[in-house]
Design a protein around this ligand. Structure first.
Ligand SMILES: [Zn+2]
Length: 154
C-alpha cells in the first residue's frame, strides 16, 4: 500500500509523546521556516506535525511516528516554553515580553494591541513562517497584557 492510500485520520487532537497533552496540527511550512538545518534534515514531509504548547514540555513539534523536534531544534525561542523577557510574544512585529511590559508601564498597551490588529487586517502577518505556533499571536498578546493588568491590581 502506498502512502497515498493510507487512511487519513489526522484528527486535530494527537497527543504529545512527552507530556501527553493534545497537540495542535501545524503546517509543514512552519517547520521548514523555523527548524535549524541539522533538524530540518530529519523532517519527514509525508507526515503530519503537531505543536505542543505545554510550557513545561521541551517538545515543540511531533508527528504520529514519534519524531520530535525540541526547542534547541528551532531558530527562535518558543513563547509558550521560554519565560525570557526578550522572547517574542508577537513574532511578526517583534513584541517581546520586555517591550510589552514597557508599553504597559507607559499606558500604551491598547495602542500595541490595536496596531497588531491593524497589521492583521492589512494582511501583513506571517505567523505561519515566523511564529512557532504557526498561527496568530494576538491571543497570546492579549492574554499577556491581561496578566500584566491583573498583577497591577493586586
Ligand atoms: Zn508536550
Amino acid at each position: 500500500m502506498s502512502d497515498c492510500c493510507k487512511p487519513t485520520n489526522h484528527s486535530e487532537s494527537v497527543l504529545c509523546p512527552s507530556c501527553n497533552h493534545k497537540g495542535k496540527r501545524i503546517q509543514l511550512i512552519t517547520l521548514k521556516s523555523l527548524l535549524l538545518p541539522n533538524a530540518l534534515v530529519k523532517l519527514d514531509v509525508r507526515t503530519t506535525y503537531y505543536f505542543c504548547s505545554t510550557p513545561s514540555c521541551n517538545v515543540v513539534y511531533f508527528n504520529e511516528d514519534g519524531l520530535i523536534f525540541q526547542q534547541h531544534d528551532l531558530k527562535v525561542p518558543v513563547f509558550q516554553k521560554d519565560e525570557n523577557l526578550d522572547t517574542p510574544v508577537c513574532y511578526c512585529f517583534d513584541w517581546t515580553r520586555r517591550k510589552l511590559n514597557e508599553a504597559f508601564d507607559t499606558d500604551n498597551d491598547n495602542k500595541v494591541i490595536n496596531s497588531i490588529s491593524t497589521h492583521m487586517k492589512e494582511n501583513r502577518c506571517g505567523c505561519e513562517v515566523n511564529n512557532p505556533q504557526g498561527s496568530c499571536c494576538l491571543g497570546n498578546v492579549k492574554a499577556y497584557v491581561k496578566s500584566l493588568r491583573a498583577e497591577n491590581v493586586e
